[in-house]
Each structure stands twice: as C-alpha cells, then as structure tokens.
Design a protein around this ligand. Structure first.
Ligand SMILES: C[S@@+](CC[C@H](N)C(=O)[O-])C[C@H]1O[C@@H](n2cnc3c(N)ncnc32)[C@H](O)[C@@H]1O
Length: 225
C-alpha cells in the first residue's frame, strides 16, 4: 500500500495512491466526527471515560502512550483530563501535531471552550518506553496498540487501514504493558478488540466490553478522592 503526505485543506494529509477518490487522511479536531462527538458525545459515562476513571475523577493526568490520530486522547481531554500524547511514528506524529496546531488557531479565533480542551493536550514524538515523567507520575496510562490485521470481510475503516499500513501491527505491545504498569500511578487501561485475549495474556482487574471494543483495566492503587 503506497501512502504519500500531501497538503490537504490547509494542513497535512496522507493520500492512499491506490484509492485516488478517497479524501486524504487528516487529523481533525474541530469538525467532523470528533467535533460532533465533543458537542454531542457520550459524556463521562461512555466506556472510555469509565475505564480511565474520569466519570468520578474528571481532572486526572493521563498519558496516551499510543496516540495515533489523537482521537481517544482528544475525547479524554474534552472530558476534563490533562493528556500527554506519545507517538513514535515519524509520519503520524507530524500529522497529529498539524491537526492540533490547526485546531488551536481555529479555536483561538472563535471557540474558547475548544481552546481550553486543546490546552490540556501536549504532544511528544517519542517511543513511550523511553518516556519517564519529569514530575509526578501520570495517574493513568492508556494504551491502544494496533490490533493484528483482521480478515478482509471485516469492515476495517479506511483511516485504520492507512494507520496500519504506516505503523504496522504493534509487535512490541507486550513490552509496552510492562512499561505502563511500572510507570502509572493508579491504573493502566488497554483497548482491545472485543474478543481478543488480554494483552500479554495478563488478566486485568476488570473489563468494560462494548459492541466492538473492550477496555481492560489494571488497577494499581485507588484514584485520588
Ligand atoms: C491503533 S493506533 C492508536 C489510535 C489512537 N488511539 C486514536 O484514537 O487515534 C496505535 C498507534 O500507536 C503508536 N505506537 C505503537 N507503539 C508505540 C510506542 N511504543 N510508543 C509510541 N507510540 C506507539 C503507533 O505508531 C500508532 O500510531
């Protein structure tokens, strides 16, 4: 699969050469699905929020150690978390930064609420396993490693196919779990396909299972009251 970076809508896009009709993939926090989800989404009772503990403790510090296109991290920030996004891929990281910078410019002009959300996100180009906190350890570490490829009949979304083609399956995801468990203060949350075994075959403290995904929660200590 050949992918090339192209200018798109005043920002950085990724075009899939074999699919010329497909719009370039971009990181978009203002409009589209994420803009809609910020305004009308599931709030603090959605599974992602409950898995991280934001339904009871909205101002947690979270490290999203597999930031990708920043969708989960953005949702966590809209729910009140301070989120550090770590992305190691040299093509995906600049796209993420570009999407965040475009959103900051748009929000500064017209949307102080969105500007406040974006100010809670910081983005670093790094392999998470080389990251260590400079101050207090993050209360939550969130992992969404790339799933192994599904068979062709499964409707894998085009953006996930592109991400897969770029970053490939996360063959070192198991080391990532060990790092996260040694680094987080209170809990580690791992997003998995609904029926997949737990990462590293390590049983979580509890699970939240949705229609397509599951969140495995590893509790290390109680979240601050
Ligand atoms: C499935 S995607 C994450 C999608 C993301 N949750 C979202 O909402 O857009 C996995 C991402 O994790 C990144 N990744 C995998 N291992 C990593 C590591 N050790 N450190 C930093 N990034 C990593 C990959 O490059 C890929 O972009």
């Amino acid at each position: 699969m050949q992918l090339v970076q192209v200018p798109a809508g005043g920002g950085l896009g990724l075009r899939w050469l074999a699919q010329p009709r497909m719009h370039p993939l971009r990181v978009e926090f203002v409009d589209g699905a994420l803009g809609h989800r910020r305004l009308y989404g599931g709030g603090r009772q959605q599974d992602l929020s409950r898995a991280c503990g934001l339904h009871e403790h909205p101002q947690l510090s979270v490290v999203d150690a597999t930031a990708g296109l920043g969708r989960d991290a953005f949702i966590l920030a809209t729910l009140g978390a301070r989120v550090t996004l770590l992305e190691r891929d040299p093509v995906i990281h600049p796209m993420l930064l570009d999407g965040w910078q475009r959103a900051c410019r748009a929000a500064a002009a017209a949307d102080p609420e969105l500007a406040a959300v974006l100010a809670c996100m910081s983005i670093e180009a790094l392999d998470a396993r080389a990251w260590a906190p400079t101050g207090a350890a993050p209360q939550v570490i969130y992992l969404d490693p790339m799933f192994p490829p599904r068979d062709k009949s499964a409707a894998v979304k085009a953006d996930m196919q592109m991400l897969h083609a770029l970053a490939g399956p996360d063959t070192q995801a198991e080391g990532l779990l060990d790092w996260a468990l040694a680094t987080a203060l209170c809990r580690v949350v791992v997003k998995r396909p609904r029926r997949a075994p737990p990462l590293n075959d390590r049983a979580p403290s509890h699970q939240l299972t949705g229609k397509r995904n599951r969140f495995d929660v590893y509790t290390l200590r109680r979240l601050p009251g």
